[in-house]
Write a protein of this length. Sequence first.
Length: 261
Amino acid sequence: MNFDELLAGVERDELTIPASWGQGRATFGGLVAALTYQRMKAVIQPGRPLRALQVAFVGPVEVDVPVEFIVTLLREGKAASQVQGHLVQGGEVKLAALASFGGDRPSEVVVDADPAPDAPAFDQCKGLPYIQGVTPEFTQHIDMRWAFGSLPFSGKKSREMGGWMCFREPSLAMSDAHVIALADAWPPAVLQHLKSKAPASSMSWSLEMVHPRPEMAADDALLYRAFIDQAGAGYGHTGATIWNKSGELVAISRQAVTVFG
């Protein structure tokens, strides 16, 4: 199943995610976050786009085992809505999310975002190929091309990592759910500091969506750059920024990860 097919499946009472979306012993976190968001979005009235999403990865989501979604509309005000979402598997909450949706409102405050950094073109950047049994299973669906920093486990001490990212199979549109999935595809930036393989996992993740929403075609690649703020004692803290191909700001991300190495 490709990403669009999985998005369409969240309306069912139960959804089974195939092994092709695996990531180690779990399911790719960006996918389960995007699917939960898609179910949360369904309870919001039109005209209130996603502004912020906070995700706690409570436990690993297994592939080939049904999941269900429990969504609660916490509050719906005049301009903003707050929604809680849980992804449940085997009777246990595996992902908890809070989403803030809000329509436009009049304001005199207008501050333009900084432009995207200079980066080599997509075709000039080294990609992470899908190698069965070596790279995470979900990388057969998402193409990542390095423009900043180094590959995981290369022993390089750069504080940044990132590059271009897109779905290998073009989607029907570049919705917020697609941006959510792509934004979590990159490995933790701290992994490039290691010289040998070691597991890492996200503890929490927040993503803020920028509006007015920049134009993005369904098959566009987005540019991602993460920066390590601090790491130590088995944890890393990073911030990341996502731009469209025209250099316009799309989203801002923050993540706390555990590193077992």
